[in-house]
Design a protein around this ligand. Structure first.
Ligand code: HEM
Length: 162
């Protein structure tokens, strides 16, 4: 593996492969609650950037569902983080936020979608990644749509794969 670029060393705890321990919990006012599994991959190649891929699947059928991939950058000399993401639903986003300890909190800064994206349309996303004292990683995602105010959509905990 390439030598870690110092610019992203505050985020080194994300690097590697993660898999949901127990199924994640999906929710939203307009949806029947659902469960899912998810694998996360965070890699680096010596650039001041973390590359990521998130692949979610149906708990029972293992059918691939939601997928996201993108890049994480940090503003030099600060705790500001940019999370640049493309989602298979046709949504692309720049999320920005702050790293405090081992908690990364992000919120939509810019968003675009394909002209024929399914409705309702996402307006804003907020997400938090947190490394817990027991070494597991937690992700919580909330969103608003043109039909619903900001409400939790996802909560999931991952453990690190060897
Ligand atoms: C539904 C957005 C991640 C599973 C939806 C809806 C939106 C949305 C806008 C429609 C809500 C409505 O009808 O009112 C997002 C965004 C995500 C995300 C912005 C990431 C930031 C995920 C993930 C899963 C997932 C990781 C895991 C499997 C579902 C399911 C539905 C749904 C099962 C309901 C069925 C469907 O509409 O396909 N999501 N989602 N979502 N989402 Fe997500």
């Amino acid at each position: 593996p390439a030598k870690l670029n110092e610019a992203i060393s505050p985020l080194d705890w994300l690097l590697g492969n993660w898999e949901s321990v127990e199924p994640g919990e999906g929710s939203f006012p307009s949806l029947k609650p659902f469960r899912y599994t998810e694998a996360l991959h965070f890699t680096q190649v010596g650039q001041p950037i973390i590359n990521f891929m998130f692949n979610a699947s149906d708990v029972e059928t293992k059918k691939p569902l939601h997928r996201e991939c993108g890049f994480i950058r940090m503003q030099t000399g600060t705790n500001r983080v940019a999370f640049i993401v493309a989602q298979n639903s046709g949504l692309v986003e720049v999320e920005e936020g702050e790293l405090v300890g081992k908690q990364l909190s992000l919120h939509t800064h810019a968003l675009a979608r394909t002209s024929f994206a399914k409705e309702p349309h996402v307006k804003e996303v907020s997400r938090v990644f947190q490394l817990r004292p027991d070494g597991t990683l937690e992700q919580t995602v909330s969103m608003s749509t043109d039909k619903q105010p900001m409400t939790q959509h996802l909560h999931i905990t991952y453990s690190r794969l060897p």
